[in-house]
Design a protein. Structure first.
Length: 569
């Protein structure tokens, strides 16, 4: 389990460090990059100028927990043993990423979206069916990102997205401009930290008494504990930590805010930037079915009977990786096989769905900045014109504990088969998109914003306005021409986004010079509109205040979650 720490200032660029901020810097010659002694390891920074207009120091691949292998698989992570000291200076040059795989459907949503947005019919769904039964899992290509810091400053911790199945601490962008923007006009800047955590089968297995549920979240919490204990060595202020994440990263933060049902230990951060908080609701009954499915796939891969968690732990890494690839690769369209699950065990980190806990005032209150894209569900919407019977079966599969009246309320009352536009959709696929947008992201964002005591919000409203499109913009360093959706990046808009985000991380208020300051969300459900449509092409309209498009009455149903009784598991 690894993380990286990054940042820079003038002193760092000229090759010397402030001795009080580095445990052994005083004994290091000026022409050697600064080193930090963590007790169990010594890390030396790197500095990269190649294709980087904002070079900065990077302390990379810092271990924050023991390797979760063997008997530690599917158990809460353990901190590093301080007595297990490694004297070798770690320069962080070898990238480390968690084991991961993408589902097959993930490569098909772009051609579907292209057709959908052009109002053209999508090709035959047999393409998808064929791909599911004949897929390959490419080896991930580790990326290096250059980061570091050198003085006491606010801390911004990034938790990556990827559907709880793929991604890593460097996969979603280079934070160079975040760090540069945070030092404008003599400001203190930020220390940027990005973390890895267990994914897929390795991070989210549950459904058995010998397995700890949601260890991916517990990994993240251990990393945040590491930040509290060690970030001062890198010039960071542990009393000013902002955690930030998109998609699975945003959904993870929502779980941390509602950890332990709002009781006991508080989150190890002081405010949060929560972007497109996404997760598919999983209940314990699904976990038990999934655990049995894992055993069956493991038996097939290992060619022997696998009947328990201990049998799984005895398998080789290669065998477990193959099981993970099979199960995530063949996830149904728009879904991922693994993710956070409601855990009914005593002192559970996730005792219920976060949106329901928030609606019941069971959360740890911190200031938040919450965002979403205007069309969150498009990426996850199956490109098939399902019959109503098939739609009912899909809903029942998503909510196996729901009775027929709940299923009927979803399909007939909340999202009726009325295609005249009065409900926001004109065909069956758009109707599915609306349901998925509300369930996966929109209502989570809405309840966070309207319930926590201080909240700001924005909506990313640049076509095609799809889930995760905004990530390329916020990590823009001026060297990316198009985002993931093929849209030309307007660097002025990207610059504004970065200034809003870093301003919130440093001072708690999203503000950018020459642009509207965000209004608090409040009772008017006010968010700022990040758009490329302006009056007379004037950028001062960027960030104008609008009503939250996710503030919909259907969200009250998803917050009540009548499809699952948390007290009956």
């Amino acid at each position: 389990m690894f993380l990286s720490v990054m940042g820079y200032n003038a002193a760092a660029l000229f090759g010397f460090a402030v001795p009080s901020l580095f445990a052994i810097a005083a004994s290091v010659p000026a022409d050697i990059p600064p080193r930090v002694d963590l007790g169990y390891a010594i890390h030396q920074a790197s500095l990269n100028f190649t294709n980087n207009p904002y070079p900065y120091y990077n302390f990379s691949n810092i271990r924050y927990g023991q390797a979760p292998v063997g008997e530690l698989r599917w158990k809460a992570p353990l901190p590093i043993n301080a007595h297990d000291r490694n004297q070798t200076v770690n320069e962080g040059q070898t990238g480390v990423i968690p084991t991961q795989v993408k589902p097959v459907w993930y490569g098909l949503e772009q051609p579907f979206l292209t057709k959908w947005l052009a109002d053209e019919e999508f090709a035959d769904p047999a393409i998808f069916n064929s791909a599911v039964s004949n897929f390959t899992v490419p080896a991930p290509d580790p990326q290096k990102i250059f980061k570091s810091t050198d003085r006491k400053a606010p801390v911004l911790v990034w938790i990556h997205g990827g559907g709880y199945a793929f991604g890593d601490k460097t996969s979603e962008g280079n934070p160079a401009t975040f760090i540069a923007k945070s030092e404008l006009n003599g400001a203190d800047g930020v220390v940027f930290v990005s973390i890895n955590y267990r994914l897929g089968l390795f991070g989210w297995l549950s459904g058995d008494d010998n397995v700890t549920a949601n260890v991916g979240l517990l990994d993240q919490r251990l990393a945040l504990e590491w930040v509290q204990e060690n970030i001062h060595r890198f010039g960071g202020d542990p009393s000013r930590v902002t955690v930030m994440g998109e998609s699975a990263g945003g959904g993870s933060i929502m779980h941390h805010i509602t950890s332990y049902g709002g009781k006991g230990s508080t989150p190890l951060f002081h405010q949060a930037i929560i972007q497109s908080p996404a997760f598919q609701p999983f209940v314990p009954q699904q976990s038990k079915i999934l655990f049995d499915w894992v055993l069956g796939n493991a038996s097939a891969v290992a060619n022997k009977q696998i009947t328990s968690a201990q049998d799984l732990r005895a398998l080789s890494f290669e065998e477990l990786r193959a099981v993970n690839a099979l199960m995530v690769g063949k996830s149904p369209y728009g879904r991922l096989t693994f993710g956070p699950v409601v855990d009914p065990s005593p002192n559970s980190y996730v005792p219920d769905f976060p949106i329901r806990l928030i609606s019941q005032k069971k959360f740890h209150d911190v200031p938040v900045m919450v965002s979403q894209t205007a069309h969150e569900g498009r990426v996850f919407t199956p490109p098939f014109d399902y019959s109503e019977d098939q739609n009912m079966r899909e809903i029942q599969e998503l909510f196996p504990t729901a009775n027929s009246s709940v299923i009927e309320e979803i399909s007939q009352t909340l999202y009726p088969q009325v295609y005249d536009g009065t409900h926001g959709y004109k065909n069956k696929i758009e109707r599915s998109n609306t349901v998925i947008s509300d369930l996966l992201v929109g209502c989570n964002a809405y309840y966070l914003s309207k319930t926590l005591s201080r909240a700001y919000g924005y909506v990313f409203d640049i076509e095609p306005k799809v889930h995760a499109e905004d990530v390329d913009w916020q990590f823009d360093n001026g060297d990316i021409e198009e985002d993931v959706a093929g849209i030309t990046i307007d660097h002025t808009i990207a610059d504004a986004m970065q200034k809003y985000i870093t301003a919130f991380a440093m001072g708690g208020v999203p503000v950018a010079e020459g642009l509207p300051t965000f209004s608090e969300y409040g009772k008017n459900y006010t968010v700022s509109d990040i758009t490329d449509v302006f009056d007379d092409e004037e950028y001062e309209n960027l960030g104008r205040h609008v009503r939250d498009p996710a503030a919909r009455p259907q969200c009250n149903f998803w917050a009540a979650a009548p499809f699952y009784d948390a007290g009956s598991s």
